[in-house]
Write a protein that binds this ligand. Structure first.
Ligand code: PMP
Length: 306
């Protein structure tokens, strides 16, 4: 169960957690006509800070633009709402979920006349793939479900309905006894996990898939690439084959919710020596230092909630 906070920001107002409800004929509920973000705030020496807030707000507006959903608030208002929800709930570390969805009023599949509702919730949520996953590593399964064809659903958008694809893959993997699914693109290249991007170390080189393989342009992926470079590693954006996963020395998955989580096997083939590798551990340390503001290398990534 979700660990409740006091307030949720809904269309410009703070409402009580249990009062943040919608009508059953909400368009987004029926057709998945919404866009959302997943953001985290972390404790830092200068108080709680939202990590890469502007990048998340920009992606939210881009997702809405792709689906032609008009967000009835400015980027400044949404940015302030995100900081306010952390502050007003007295949260030191939390997960933050802004969502824009087509509301109540229209039921047809041309939703352009339907008004959008916006809410921002925040609550305490531990690392998504578990503390054990972060320290010992997870077991991946290549999914029988294929990632979105970019001309069916646009991978650059974080659309709510798009996550039915992720759910199919996640349930299949979990029922088969694995921790997470890894999806291939319609062309057969490694795309991403159900809610994380993927990095692979093979023959001493570091790879992550290109956006053309159908993955979301992850903000953590971009953070990891920057941190890798600062640690002296070059990240190559290249197509990755399923068999590359089997012969990798290291694999990790990353996302706002999952942070940096090592993978120790794929389809029952052990990755490296079956333990989180040297590069993975270096990136994990650099990532936790960055989000907690333990050094001043990236002040632009931290937005203090005040
Ligand atoms: N891929 C998918 C499908 C996701 O849902 C997420 C989480 N937003 C990611 C990748 C990672 O993105 P980010 O690092 O921006 O959280």
């Amino acid at each position: 169960p979700i660990e409740k906070s006091k307030f949720i920001w809904m269309n410009g107002e703070m409402v009580g957690w249990d009062e943040a409800n919608v009508h059953v004929l909400t368009h987004g509920l029926h057709y998945g006509s919404g866009v959302f973000e997943g953001i985290r705030a972390y404790q830092t020496p200068n108080g709680p800070a939202v990590f890469r807030l502007n990048d998340h707000v920009n992606r939210l507006f881009e997702s809405a633009h792709i689906f032609m959903i008009d967000i009835p608030f400015s980027t400044e208002t949404i940015t302030e709402a995100i900081k306010a929800i952390v502050r007003e709930n007295n949260l030191e570390e939390c997960y933050i979920r802004p969502i824009v969805y087509l509301g109540y009023g229209e039921m047809g599949l041309n939703p352009l006349t339907c008004k959008a509702d916006v809410s921002v919730a925040a609550w305490k949520w531990g690392t998504y793939l578990g503390e054990d996953g972060v320290t010992k590593g997870i077991r991946l399964k290549v999914s029988s479900w294929v990632r979105h064809n970019p001309n069916s659903l646009p991978p650059a958008a974080k659309g709510t309905g798009m996550y039915m694809n992720s759910s199919l893959a996640k349930v299949e993997a979990v029922k088969a006894g694995y921790d997470e699914a890894i999806l291939l693109s319609p062309q057969g290249y490694v795309s991403e996990c159900t809610g994380e991007n993927v990095f692979v170390v093979r023959k001493g080189r570091v790879f992550t898939p290109p956006t053309s393989a159908g993955a979301l342009e992850g903000i953590t992926q971009s953070t990891v690439s920057a941190l890798a470079q600062e640690l002296g590693y070059k990240v190559e954006v290249e197509n990755i084959l399923r068999s590359d996963l089997y012969t990798a020395q290291e694999i990790f998955v990353c996302g706002t919710a999952a942070e940096v989580t090592p993978a120790v096997s794929v389809d029952d083939r052990m990755v490296g020596d079956g333990k989180p590798g040297v590069f993975t551990k270096a990136i994990q340390a650099a990532y936790y230092a960055a989000v907690h503001g333990e050094n001043d290398r990236h002040p632009e990534w931290l937005d203090y909630v005040g």
